[in-house]
Design a protein. Sequence first.
Length: 174
Amino acid sequence: MKVYDAMLKRRSVRKYTDKPIDKEHVELLLKAAMAAPSGHNLRPWSFLVVDDRETLDELSEVHKYAKMLKGAPLCIAVCGESYSEGRYQTLWDQDCAAATENILLQATELGIGTVWLGIYPSEANRTRTKKVLDLPDHITPYALISLGYPAEEKEPRTQYDESKIHHNKWGNKY
Ligand SMILES: Cc1cc2nc3c(=O)[nH]c(=O)nc-3n(C[C@H](O)[C@H](O)[C@H](O)COP(=O)(O)O)c2cc1C
């Protein structure tokens, strides 16, 4: 699959079949995540793979837009190490965003449906997620990714909007 096709095909899929996701596919998703660009190449990220039904159900309650995790066979929690390291300040949230999108695109190629569930920066969301996942203090949950084989179809699309593009200086048409 071409990258552009994967980007259009990637849609938020919130209904899944019961079929579990193979471990080798999960490993490929994690390799895709850790191929992402990272500020100063610090890679201040960790990935928690959740396939325990009880924990998935608990995660589905961390906020009101996470309900699809109740029907999902897998969740990957993308977490950041939210402290400065050496002389560099980590750009950990941006690094985690890049890793998250890589997982979504690789999953698309594998025929796996996903949803990006925002956790950071909301303090309430972070606190609830940390509690469910037993995260240590220096680890901040950035996003949850709900994954499963699709039980709904979404049309591929871009949402291209010419009005969002400027040329050389703000306000000039490209
Ligand atoms: C930062 C971020 C947070 C999101 N959080 C949620 C969420 O909590 N629950 C949810 O159902 N979808 C969530 N989404 C998915 C968006 O609703 C979805 O990407 C958007 O409606 C566009 O639809 P598409 O993904 O099918 O292209 C989130 C997406 C992003 C990028």
